[in-house]
Design a protein around this ligand. Structure first.
Ligand code: FE2
Length: 449
């Protein structure tokens, strides 16, 4: 339940064993309000049953045990088959769309498996220095925890798709807007160092995926970027202007998707008696009552069509990252829009806030960057025009994790209200296909100067 979810410390003083316990416990806190029947249902090909997530995240650690714990015996060959996601290197696996077609392993058996893996991992995290390959092992456990946090966010998406307002979770009240956020920030072009640079980061707890590295120079033109995320109110104007019926705003593939899927609004919007309503974890609301909140659950196609209609465009990931990290007045790069301190519930809307929703625009002014852009971290992942491809000089640090997805996907930045605080960075590159919209995706626009 949200009320029991604690913030996980980034401090180096937290041992890897303690961090392991905290992150693993949160997965089970997220699923705690589910009924047993909820755990095994897969409503669509793109989602996974909650039981699968709690087993799969354990399977990931079991692959580490198999490789690094002398004499480790596999828990169950059947579990290896059912809980592998897409890793060719780890053998045969169930096809993704069929994860909800099996009632075994049962939820009880899956939890027992999870507990077994926890005992095994914790027993060898007690004295990691005594193990052969200790540095490799510890970095794999750290990767496993980042992987687990990715699945915590996916669990929120999947539970929303499965139950939405039927999910009986404690929801904290949303904050009110404190400031008006209007207009665009203007940024100078020039060379910008894009990506994660260990030496340049001043943070208490340090991790980055291989796809964020190496930092490298890119040349930007002068540009402007919206200070606020595009809101439901803005998007309602786009809908009411007939834009879902007008090919001129859409990419060819986007227009095909509009017609094939019969899109008329973002996912989770419903038309009741001619009035658009939005369903979320808290219930069904008039879209007009949510007009000051960021729009979410839009595909890249919808974001790009809106931007064209608005006479703007989407930012590149370098433009987004520069706005999120660079303060031209002080000529410094910071870890986050507000500086180098870690995210808090006061300056961002991430998982720990417990809102289970986007926050109104202008509700988190402490998170503003040097140019007045707000909510760059948290609330919704922001679509960029950038293709998800390796940075120049990329070196894979783990086979099949990030490297095999470098084709046909777009980069999203900034995290969402389902992203744990420990998990997010301004250099973090998320990626989805242009048509996908079951994740917490929104956007802000940019334009040339
Ligand atoms: Fe996974």
């Amino acid at each position: 339940m949200a009320s029991t979810i604690r913030e996980i410390s980034r401090q180096d003083t937290v041992s890897i064993a303690e961090l392991y316990k905290q992150v693993r416990a949160r997965t089970m806190q997220i699923v705690a309000p589910l009924e047993i029947e909820d755990y095994v249902i897969q409503r669509a090909e793109f989602m996974s049953p909650p039981r699968w997530h709690i087993g799969h995240t354990s399977w990931f650690f079991e692959t580490v045990l198999q490789a690094h714990k002398p004499g480790y015996r596999v828990y169950s060959e059947d579990f290896l088959f059912y809980f592998n996601s897409y890793y060719e290197g780890f053998g045969e696996r169930i096809e993704r769309p069929k994860r909800g077609t099996k009632s075994r392993p049962t939820v009880k058996e899956t939890v027992a498996y999870r507990n077994h893996i926890d005992e095994q991992v914790l027993s060898f995290l007690q004295s990691p220095a005594s193990l052969p390959n200790a540095p490799t092992l510890l970095s794999l456990v750290r990767l496993g925890l980042e992987h687990e946090m990715q699945h915590q966010e996916l669990l929120v998406y999947d539970i929303k798709h499965l139950l939405c307002d039927q999910f009986d979770v404690l929801i904290k009240p949303l904050p009110h807007p404190l400031t008006q956020v209007e207009g665009m920030a203007e940024l100078e072009g020039g060379l910008f160092s894009l990506g994660y640079d260990h030496a340049g980061v001043n943070r208490s707890y340090d991790f980055a995926f291989d796809n964020e590295k190496p930092a490298h120079q890119v040349l930007l033109q002068d540009y402007a970027i919206d200070k606020a995320l595009v809101s439901n109110g803005d998007f309602l104007e786009f809908i009411n202007d007939g834009c879902y019926q007008n090919f001129r705003w859409w990419f060819s593939e986007g227009w095909e998707a509009v017609n094939r899927e019969q899109w008329r609004a973002p996912l989770y919007w419903e038309l009741h008696d001619g009035e658009w309503m939005i369903r979320d974890f808290a219930g069904l609301h008039l879209a007009t009552s949510k007009k000051d909140e960021p729009v979410s659950h839009v595909s890249y196609f919808e974001a790009a069509a809106f931007a064209k209609w608005a006479g703007k465009r989407l930012p590149t990931e370098a433009e987004w990252e520069k706005a999120a990290c660079y303060d031209a007045r002080r000529n410094v790069r910071t870890a986050f829009p507000w500086g180098d301190t870690d995210p808090t519930s006061g300056n961002t809307n991430l998982f720990e806030n417990g809102f289970w929703s986007v926050a109104p625009i202008g509700a988190l002014p402490e998170g503003a960057n040097a140019y007045g852009c707000q909510q760059m971290i948290g609330d919704v992942w922001e679509w960029t025009t950038s293709d998800y491809v390796p940075y120049p000089g990329f070196k894979s640090e783990f086979d099949e994790y990030n490297d095999k997805w470098f084709v046909n996907q777009k980069v999203l930045r900034g995290g969402s209200f389902a992203t744990p605080q420990l998990h997010i960075r301004a250099t973090y590159r998320n990626f989805f296909h242009a048509h996908e919209r079951w994740m917490l995706s929104g956007f802000r626009c940019a334009k040339d100067l």
